[in-house]
Design a protein around this ligand. Sequence first.
Ligand SMILES: [Zn+2]
Length: 309
Amino acid sequence: MNEQFKTQKLDIGIGNIGPAKHIANGEYDWRLVDQLTHDLLNDQSLYERGENQLPRLCADGRTRRTDGGSAIGGSFSAVIADSLGPRLYYANDITAKQHALTIYAKFRAGNLLIGGHDDDHADAANSGCGGEDRLDSKDPGAITTLQFLSQYGDSVRRTLQSLCDTKTGTNLGVKVDDSQHDIIVSHSRELHARTTQSTAYVTCGADLRDALVEAQDDSAVERLHGLHTEAVLAIDFRNGMRLNRGKVAARYGDKLNAFYVNVDCLNNMAKFLYDDAEQTDLSFVSALYFNIATTAVLADKSLRVITLT
Ligand SMILES: [Zn+2]
């Protein structure tokens, strides 16, 4: 295969998920990452249609469901987007679980299904979803999403603005106003500062998993299996396209898979939750910040970033 992709790398990654260490171990080589990139960009049989959906599935490559849009944490992306951004459903001293229950109740009242996941080996305080478990920690040495946004918010903004169409190289840059950026970073810092106080917003991932079950039922939580093998972050800008990660796994086994984010479902979420145009836009941008920052906390610099247009 002699395709030239205009791929990008997650150069702000500070985590440990990515292809480089597996390639160094001789488990596979970059040609297999190119093959996966080729398939994600060109093979429509890997996708299903799903219009007007909310974020309901996690971006996690271990997800096997296709009945919803994908974003980090599934429906939890809507919760954190509100606390980083417009705060229409937020109150002072609220916990993330209470906040999640408020927003999930709004979705459920509109007859919309919510969702997220746990996994088969998380400890009791965790859910097994990095979007929830790594949100923040009382341990000052822990690398967390809120800490990352507090410190490296500018890098997250640059990453969003520098996203390119992987097939053509054309800039897709997500527009972020200075005022939106300033609100997201200042809310991140305030939430992060609260984590070590008695009025902490962030509690633990297990609480956030339970919020999904309380607001809906067990059907809201998918149990994921095995370890992370993502080599690619695919950001899908198309409307109503849903990657079937089970089909990716059928082809690549447990060697490699992709983090997968649907931009349209974040838009659908923002339009459903807010009437005001500024709030809608701020929620959408905040959700993108959360998705990029969490991926940077979980993955290393070798993670390949592609866009689907
Ligand atoms: Zn997850």
